[in-house]
Design a protein around this ligand. Structure first.
Ligand code: ATP
Ligand code: MG
Length: 326
Protein backbone atom coordinates (compact mmCIF):
# COMPACT_ATOMS: atom_id res chain seq x y z
CA UNK A 1 0.00 0.00 0.00
CA UNK A 2 1.33 3.42 -0.98
CA UNK A 3 1.02 6.28 1.51
CA UNK A 4 0.81 9.73 0.00
CA UNK A 5 2.70 12.17 2.21
CA UNK A 6 2.40 15.93 1.79
CA UNK A 7 5.80 17.49 2.48
CA UNK A 8 5.74 21.19 3.38
CA UNK A 9 9.23 22.33 4.47
CA UNK A 10 8.26 26.03 4.73
CA UNK A 11 10.90 28.57 5.78
CA UNK A 12 14.23 28.75 7.60
CA UNK A 13 15.53 25.48 9.02
CA UNK A 14 12.27 23.84 7.90
CA UNK A 15 14.10 23.61 4.55
CA UNK A 16 16.94 21.71 6.23
CA UNK A 17 15.31 19.45 8.81
CA UNK A 18 12.38 18.32 6.61
CA UNK A 19 14.64 16.78 3.92
CA UNK A 20 16.56 15.10 6.77
CA UNK A 21 13.33 13.49 7.97
CA UNK A 22 12.54 12.34 4.40
CA UNK A 23 15.99 10.76 4.13
CA UNK A 24 15.27 8.71 7.25
CA UNK A 25 11.82 7.70 5.96
CA UNK A 26 13.35 6.61 2.65
CA UNK A 27 15.61 4.21 4.55
CA UNK A 28 12.53 2.27 5.74
CA UNK A 29 10.85 -0.52 3.86
CA UNK A 30 7.56 1.38 3.54
CA UNK A 31 6.02 2.57 0.30
CA UNK A 32 5.77 6.36 0.59
CA UNK A 33 4.94 8.80 -2.16
CA UNK A 34 6.24 12.23 -1.14
CA UNK A 35 4.56 15.27 -2.71
CA UNK A 36 6.22 18.58 -1.90
CA UNK A 37 4.34 21.88 -1.60
CA UNK A 38 5.10 25.49 -0.64
CA UNK A 39 3.95 27.52 2.33
CA UNK A 40 5.32 30.39 4.41
CA UNK A 41 7.17 33.67 4.01
CA UNK A 42 9.05 32.84 0.83
CA UNK A 43 5.99 31.82 -1.17
CA UNK A 44 4.09 34.83 0.20
CA UNK A 45 6.83 37.10 -1.08
CA UNK A 46 6.71 35.44 -4.48
CA UNK A 47 2.94 35.06 -4.92
CA UNK A 48 1.21 37.16 -2.24
CA UNK A 49 -0.17 34.05 -0.53
CA UNK A 50 1.38 32.33 2.48
CA UNK A 51 -0.70 29.20 1.97
CA UNK A 52 -1.45 28.49 -1.69
CA UNK A 53 -4.75 26.72 -2.36
CA UNK A 54 -2.98 23.68 -3.81
CA UNK A 55 -0.95 23.25 -0.60
CA UNK A 56 -4.14 23.31 1.50
CA UNK A 57 -5.82 20.83 -0.86
CA UNK A 58 -2.81 18.54 -0.78
CA UNK A 59 -2.76 18.47 3.05
CA UNK A 60 -6.53 17.88 3.04
CA UNK A 61 -6.22 14.84 0.78
CA UNK A 62 -2.83 13.24 1.59
CA UNK A 63 -2.65 10.37 4.09
CA UNK A 64 -0.43 12.49 6.31
CA UNK A 65 1.54 15.74 6.20
CA UNK A 66 5.08 16.56 7.28
CA UNK A 67 5.51 20.23 8.02
CA UNK A 68 8.74 22.13 8.77
CA UNK A 69 8.23 25.70 9.97
CA UNK A 70 6.95 29.08 8.81
CA UNK A 71 8.32 32.48 9.83
CA UNK A 72 6.28 35.69 10.04
CA UNK A 73 3.38 33.97 8.32
CA UNK A 74 3.22 31.08 10.83
CA UNK A 75 -0.35 31.79 11.99
CA UNK A 76 -1.58 32.11 8.37
CA UNK A 77 -0.02 28.77 7.54
CA UNK A 78 -0.29 26.40 10.47
CA UNK A 79 -3.82 27.27 11.64
CA UNK A 80 -5.39 26.56 8.22
CA UNK A 81 -3.17 23.48 7.78
CA UNK A 82 -4.40 22.06 11.10
CA UNK A 83 -7.88 22.72 9.78
CA UNK A 84 -7.06 21.01 6.46
CA UNK A 85 -6.28 17.77 8.30
CA UNK A 86 -9.30 18.23 10.62
CA UNK A 87 -7.06 18.16 13.66
CA UNK A 88 -8.77 18.25 17.04
CA UNK A 89 -5.82 17.19 19.21
CA UNK A 90 -2.20 18.26 19.37
CA UNK A 91 0.05 15.55 20.81
CA UNK A 92 3.23 16.88 22.33
CA UNK A 93 5.58 14.47 24.05
CA UNK A 94 8.19 16.12 26.29
CA UNK A 95 10.80 13.55 27.18
CA UNK A 96 14.40 13.97 28.28
CA UNK A 97 16.98 11.87 26.44
CA UNK A 98 19.92 10.04 28.00
CA UNK A 99 23.12 12.00 27.66
CA UNK A 100 21.39 15.33 26.98
CA UNK A 101 21.80 18.15 29.47
CA UNK A 102 18.28 18.71 30.83
CA UNK A 103 16.95 20.74 33.75
CA UNK A 104 14.80 17.75 34.77
CA UNK A 105 16.23 14.61 33.14
CA UNK A 106 13.49 12.49 34.74
CA UNK A 107 10.78 14.25 32.67
CA UNK A 108 8.67 11.97 30.48
CA UNK A 109 5.28 13.50 29.69
CA UNK A 110 2.77 13.65 26.88
CA UNK A 111 0.44 16.60 26.45
CA UNK A 112 -2.86 16.04 24.67
CA UNK A 113 -3.93 19.56 23.90
CA UNK A 114 -7.31 20.62 22.59
CA UNK A 115 -6.55 22.01 19.15
CA UNK A 116 -9.60 23.88 17.83
CA UNK A 117 -11.10 26.27 20.36
CA UNK A 118 -10.55 28.02 23.70
CA UNK A 119 -9.00 31.47 23.33
CA UNK A 120 -7.65 30.55 19.89
CA UNK A 121 -11.04 30.38 18.23
CA UNK A 122 -10.55 33.82 16.76
CA UNK A 123 -13.35 35.80 18.45
CA UNK A 124 -11.38 38.92 19.28
CA UNK A 125 -12.74 42.46 19.02
CA UNK A 126 -11.63 46.03 19.51
CA UNK A 127 -14.77 47.69 20.91
CA UNK A 128 -13.46 51.21 21.56
CA UNK A 129 -10.07 52.93 21.69
CA UNK A 130 -9.86 51.75 25.27
CA UNK A 131 -11.52 48.35 25.25
CA UNK A 132 -10.68 45.07 23.54
CA UNK A 133 -12.34 41.72 24.20
CA UNK A 134 -11.80 38.05 23.55
CA UNK A 135 -14.52 35.40 23.65
CA UNK A 136 -13.36 32.02 24.87
CA UNK A 137 -15.27 29.15 23.30
CA UNK A 138 -15.45 25.70 24.87
CA UNK A 139 -17.87 23.12 23.51
CA UNK A 140 -18.98 19.85 24.97
CA UNK A 141 -18.48 18.19 21.58
CA UNK A 142 -14.82 19.21 21.20
CA UNK A 143 -14.08 18.34 24.84
CA UNK A 144 -15.73 14.96 24.33
CA UNK A 145 -13.78 14.26 21.13
CA UNK A 146 -10.50 15.09 22.90
CA UNK A 147 -11.45 12.94 25.89
CA UNK A 148 -12.40 9.96 23.70
CA UNK A 149 -9.02 10.28 22.02
CA UNK A 150 -7.26 10.51 25.39
CA UNK A 151 -9.01 7.35 26.63
CA UNK A 152 -7.94 5.43 23.51
CA UNK A 153 -4.45 6.82 23.85
CA UNK A 154 -3.93 5.67 27.43
CA UNK A 155 -5.41 2.24 26.61
CA UNK A 156 -3.32 1.66 23.48
CA UNK A 157 -0.13 3.08 24.91
CA UNK A 158 -0.53 1.40 28.30
CA UNK A 159 -0.74 4.40 30.63
CA UNK A 160 -2.48 4.34 34.00
CA UNK A 161 -4.83 7.19 33.20
CA UNK A 162 -4.47 10.91 32.68
CA UNK A 163 -4.37 14.23 34.47
CA UNK A 164 -6.91 16.90 33.54
CA UNK A 165 -5.36 20.37 33.75
CA UNK A 166 -7.79 23.29 33.87
CA UNK A 167 -8.78 26.45 35.69
CA UNK A 168 -12.43 25.65 36.41
CA UNK A 169 -12.33 27.39 39.78
CA UNK A 170 -12.17 30.74 37.93
CA UNK A 171 -13.48 29.99 34.43
CA UNK A 172 -16.43 28.05 35.78
CA UNK A 173 -18.52 27.87 32.63
CA UNK A 174 -15.83 27.18 30.04
CA UNK A 175 -13.26 25.15 31.93
CA UNK A 176 -16.05 23.78 34.09
CA UNK A 177 -17.62 22.30 30.96
CA UNK A 178 -14.23 21.07 29.78
CA UNK A 179 -13.39 19.42 33.10
CA UNK A 180 -16.82 17.85 33.63
CA UNK A 181 -17.03 16.50 30.08
CA UNK A 182 -13.52 15.04 30.04
CA UNK A 183 -14.00 13.44 33.48
CA UNK A 184 -17.38 12.00 32.44
CA UNK A 185 -15.99 10.45 29.26
CA UNK A 186 -13.09 8.96 31.22
CA UNK A 187 -15.59 7.50 33.68
CA UNK A 188 -17.59 5.93 30.85
CA UNK A 189 -14.39 4.28 29.61
CA UNK A 190 -13.21 3.20 33.04
CA UNK A 191 -10.10 5.38 32.69
CA UNK A 192 -8.68 6.88 35.88
CA UNK A 193 -8.14 10.61 36.04
CA UNK A 194 -6.95 13.20 38.48
CA UNK A 195 -7.09 16.98 38.12
CA UNK A 196 -4.69 19.83 38.75
CA UNK A 197 -5.29 23.55 38.37
CA UNK A 198 -3.14 24.89 35.57
CA UNK A 199 -1.19 27.36 37.71
CA UNK A 200 -0.40 24.70 40.29
CA UNK A 201 0.59 22.35 37.47
CA UNK A 202 3.22 24.85 36.31
CA UNK A 203 4.91 24.68 39.71
CA UNK A 204 4.51 20.95 40.27
CA UNK A 205 5.86 19.99 36.86
CA UNK A 206 9.02 22.01 37.50
CA UNK A 207 9.57 20.57 40.98
CA UNK A 208 8.57 16.98 40.34
CA UNK A 209 7.72 16.11 36.71
CA UNK A 210 7.64 12.38 37.48
CA UNK A 211 4.22 12.65 39.11
CA UNK A 212 2.72 13.36 35.67
CA UNK A 213 2.38 11.13 32.64
CA UNK A 214 -0.44 11.96 30.22
CA UNK A 215 -1.82 15.50 30.55
CA UNK A 216 -5.11 16.54 28.92
CA UNK A 217 -5.68 20.28 28.68
CA UNK A 218 -7.42 23.15 26.89
CA UNK A 219 -5.74 24.89 23.97
CA UNK A 220 -3.87 27.83 25.58
CA UNK A 221 -2.88 25.92 28.72
CA UNK A 222 -1.49 23.13 26.51
CA UNK A 223 0.43 25.61 24.41
CA UNK A 224 2.11 27.30 27.37
CA UNK A 225 2.61 24.30 29.64
CA UNK A 226 4.07 22.08 26.93
CA UNK A 227 6.62 24.80 26.11
CA UNK A 228 7.43 24.93 29.80
CA UNK A 229 8.00 21.18 29.78
CA UNK A 230 10.17 21.64 26.68
CA UNK A 231 12.40 23.82 28.82
CA UNK A 232 12.70 21.05 31.38
CA UNK A 233 13.99 18.50 28.86
CA UNK A 234 16.63 20.78 27.42
CA UNK A 235 16.19 21.89 23.92
CA UNK A 236 13.77 22.86 21.23
CA UNK A 237 15.71 20.81 18.71
CA UNK A 238 14.38 17.60 20.27
CA UNK A 239 10.63 18.05 20.53
CA UNK A 240 8.17 16.57 18.03
CA UNK A 241 4.44 17.12 17.72
CA UNK A 242 1.43 15.66 15.95
CA UNK A 243 -1.84 17.35 14.97
CA UNK A 244 -4.30 14.51 14.68
CA UNK A 245 -7.77 14.44 13.14
CA UNK A 246 -10.22 11.63 12.47
CA UNK A 247 -8.86 10.78 9.03
CA UNK A 248 -5.49 12.42 8.66
CA UNK A 249 -2.77 14.14 10.62
CA UNK A 250 0.06 16.64 10.37
CA UNK A 251 3.45 16.19 12.03
CA UNK A 252 5.87 19.00 12.84
CA UNK A 253 8.81 19.78 15.10
CA UNK A 254 7.88 22.11 17.97
CA UNK A 255 10.64 24.56 17.02
CA UNK A 256 10.26 27.34 14.47
CA UNK A 257 12.41 28.63 11.61
CA UNK A 258 15.50 29.41 13.77
CA UNK A 259 16.54 32.40 11.63
CA UNK A 260 19.79 32.73 13.62
CA UNK A 261 21.15 29.46 12.18
CA UNK A 262 19.06 28.99 9.02
CA UNK A 263 20.98 28.25 5.85
CA UNK A 264 24.12 27.10 7.66
CA UNK A 265 23.37 23.38 7.60
CA UNK A 266 23.80 23.05 11.37
CA UNK A 267 20.20 22.68 12.58
CA UNK A 268 19.45 19.67 14.75
CA UNK A 269 17.24 17.36 12.65
CA UNK A 270 16.15 15.26 15.67
CA UNK A 271 12.78 16.96 16.31
CA UNK A 272 11.76 16.66 12.65
CA UNK A 273 12.92 13.03 12.54
CA UNK A 274 11.07 12.12 15.76
CA UNK A 275 7.98 13.83 14.31
CA UNK A 276 8.38 11.61 11.24
CA UNK A 277 8.57 8.59 13.59
CA UNK A 278 5.24 9.70 15.09
CA UNK A 279 3.84 9.76 11.56
CA UNK A 280 5.15 6.26 10.85
CA UNK A 281 3.48 5.01 14.03
CA UNK A 282 0.25 6.85 13.12
CA UNK A 283 0.25 5.05 9.75
CA UNK A 284 0.40 1.73 11.61
CA UNK A 285 4.09 0.81 11.48
CA UNK A 286 4.95 0.48 15.14
CA UNK A 287 8.19 -1.45 14.69
CA UNK A 288 9.58 0.96 12.14
CA UNK A 289 8.66 3.91 14.37
CA UNK A 290 10.44 2.30 17.30
CA UNK A 291 13.48 1.66 15.10
CA UNK A 292 13.68 5.37 14.19
CA UNK A 293 13.32 6.39 17.83
CA UNK A 294 16.04 3.94 18.88
CA UNK A 295 18.40 5.23 16.18
CA UNK A 296 17.76 8.84 17.23
CA UNK A 297 18.21 8.03 20.91
CA UNK A 298 21.51 6.21 20.28
CA UNK A 299 22.75 9.09 18.14
CA UNK A 300 21.80 11.67 20.78
CA UNK A 301 23.67 9.68 23.38
CA UNK A 302 26.76 8.69 21.40
CA UNK A 303 26.94 11.46 18.83
CA UNK A 304 27.53 13.00 16.44
CA UNK A 305 25.72 16.05 17.82
CA UNK A 306 24.83 19.44 16.46
CA UNK A 307 25.94 22.70 18.11
CA UNK A 308 22.71 23.17 20.15
CA UNK A 309 23.72 19.98 22.02
CA UNK A 310 27.34 21.00 22.38
CA UNK A 311 28.70 19.22 19.30
CA UNK A 312 30.08 20.47 16.00
CA UNK A 313 28.36 18.11 13.57
CA UNK A 314 26.23 19.28 10.65
CA UNK A 315 22.57 18.42 10.00
CA UNK A 316 23.78 15.95 7.35
CA UNK A 317 26.30 14.27 9.69
CA UNK A 318 23.60 13.63 12.29
CA UNK A 319 21.06 12.48 9.69
CA UNK A 320 23.60 10.08 8.15
CA UNK A 321 24.44 8.69 11.60
CA UNK A 322 20.74 8.07 12.29
CA UNK A 323 20.25 6.40 8.88
CA UNK A 324 23.35 4.22 9.46
CA UNK A 325 22.01 3.06 12.81
CA UNK A 326 18.65 2.25 11.23
P1 ATP B 1 10.23 31.45 14.86
O1 ATP B 1 9.60 32.78 14.91
O2 ATP B 1 10.20 30.84 13.49
O3 ATP B 1 9.75 30.51 15.94
P2 ATP B 1 12.52 31.86 16.55
O4 ATP B 1 13.55 32.93 16.41
O5 ATP B 1 11.55 31.90 17.68
O6 ATP B 1 11.79 31.71 15.15
P3 ATP B 1 12.91 29.08 17.01
O7 ATP B 1 12.97 28.21 15.80
O8 ATP B 1 11.66 29.07 17.80
O9 ATP B 1 13.35 30.52 16.60
O10 ATP B 1 14.16 28.67 17.91
C1 ATP B 1 14.50 29.33 19.11
C2 ATP B 1 15.98 29.10 19.39
O11 ATP B 1 16.26 27.71 19.46
C3 ATP B 1 16.89 29.68 18.31
O12 ATP B 1 18.02 30.25 18.90
C4 ATP B 1 17.26 28.49 17.47
O13 ATP B 1 18.53 28.62 16.88
C5 ATP B 1 17.22 27.33 18.46
N1 ATP B 1 16.72 26.15 17.75
C6 ATP B 1 15.45 25.86 17.43
N2 ATP B 1 15.35 24.72 16.74
C7 ATP B 1 16.60 24.27 16.58
C8 ATP B 1 17.15 23.13 15.93
N3 ATP B 1 16.39 22.23 15.28
N4 ATP B 1 18.50 22.99 15.96
C9 ATP B 1 19.27 23.86 16.60
N5 ATP B 1 18.82 24.96 17.23
C10 ATP B 1 17.49 25.16 17.22
MG1 MG C 1 10.01 30.45 18.13
Amino acid sequence: MTHEIAVIPGDGIGQEVTPAAIEVLEALDIDFEFVEADAGDAVKEATGEALPEETYELAASADATLFGAAGETAADVILPLRDAVGSFVNIRPAKAYPGIDAVRPETDLVFLRENTEGVYSGHEDRLTDDVSTLTRVVTESASRELAEFACDYVDTDDHDGFTIVHKANVMRETDGLFRDTVAEVADEHGVETDEVLMDAFATHVCLDPEQFDVVVCPNLAGDVLSDLAAGLVGGLGLLPSANVGTERALFEPVHGTAPDIAGEGVANPAAAIISAAMMVEYLGYEEEAAAINDAVEATLEEGPRTADLGGDASTDDVTDAIVDRL
